[in-house]
Design a protein around this ligand. Sequence first.
Ligand code: LLP
Length: 430
Amino acid sequence: MSDRLHDAFAYRADEDNTRVLHVEDVPVPSIAQRLGTPFYCYASATMVDLYGRFAAALEGTRALICYALKANDNLAVIQSFARLGAGADVVSEGELRFARAAGVPAERIVFSGVGKTEAELAFALDEGILQFNVESAPELARLNAIALDKGLRAPIALRVNPDVAAATHDKVSTGRRHDKFGIALERIPALYAEAARLPGVTLMGLALHIGSQITELSPFETAITRVVELALRLKGQGLPLTRLDLGGGLGIDYGDDRPPSVKDYGALLSRLTAKLDIELAIEPGRALIGPAGLLVTRVVYLKEAGDRTFVIVDAAMNDMLRPALYGAEHPALPVAEPDPRAPQGPVDIVGPVCESADTFARDRLMPPLQPGELIAFGQAGAYGAVMASSYNRRPLVPEALVKGTAVATIRERWGYAEMLARERRPDWLA
Ligand code: LLP
């Protein structure tokens, strides 16, 4: 497990000349003092850097970078990307509302998802979004009807299921034949021709998304090649096709991963779509925000049990679900810089929730740790805070955004009073 994090995170001397992990120019312990633990914090510089890499990699193409809100839907995070020129990929009315509230123009928003409800379709139509990525024939029919009712035309792409295995965790693979996503490649031509005749929709093109945390280029290459061939065929039949949405999915390095560079990914997209000469959209989430975030937690106890050493921390599976759900491993760094000569030993880093799944790392080599010490989990900006719950009546964790020497709380920790206030007692218990 490597400790490589983005340059915005480094051990540096603080005011007392103690070397501690910093987020840009802010010592992590100072944020812990302000927010309490556990908390998420994000580095603006990383977001700017990563967005810049995508923009540079796609230079020369007509590509819109639609940040996938599901990776991290904090308003300030969305707004940070919107400021850089990003559009948004949303999958619910809630995400659409947050994208708009963060200042993303409607004409830069694509709406994906297999289960868009009538209310969601109507809302998005009224907002005037760029494109609906339609995932089934019934959705197409419903959208057409709603648009006609409103006297509007819905701009649509059909989402293709290219039947490609994305070499990622089974739970986040979306482009195989048996996955619930998209429309089978061979069914597209007929449905596309049918859509072209519908008065309530305007056909923009095709959309694709094959999965997440993809660490090789080959699945992208296979899927995009199939979609480009299909697009050429449809255009050849005189059907309108002006945009390809190639989805998200580029992986990041959680320690042992060697994902392709954004530059190589962009070069592949440019090369494969060159002969079409059309607009592109991409929907990266993790690769834009994952490396920008830390989850910071405090050691509560050290516990020896049999041959194991448990480091019990105050963050739990409800705060960051990825290890419990996918067996994901995030880098774990002591916030106080360890002495390089300190002996490392294997420990299990676990949370307080009453499930064995509440384990962040097993047999992780760590220097000696003390109760009260801070640990930072890296690469935690994506699918961290968004997947948190209040399981075990633990309040949702706060989030902070750093920019240079400035720190802003961008979401407050939930309060117990707030949690209690939302509950209702039925009359018969009164
Ligand atoms: N577009 C669509 C239609 C998607 O379904 C997704 C992710 C994305 C874009 C963004 O993919 P990304 O660039 O972030 O890989 N909770 C899981 C990941 C689920 C991803 C779901 N869809 C995890 O923690 O690994």
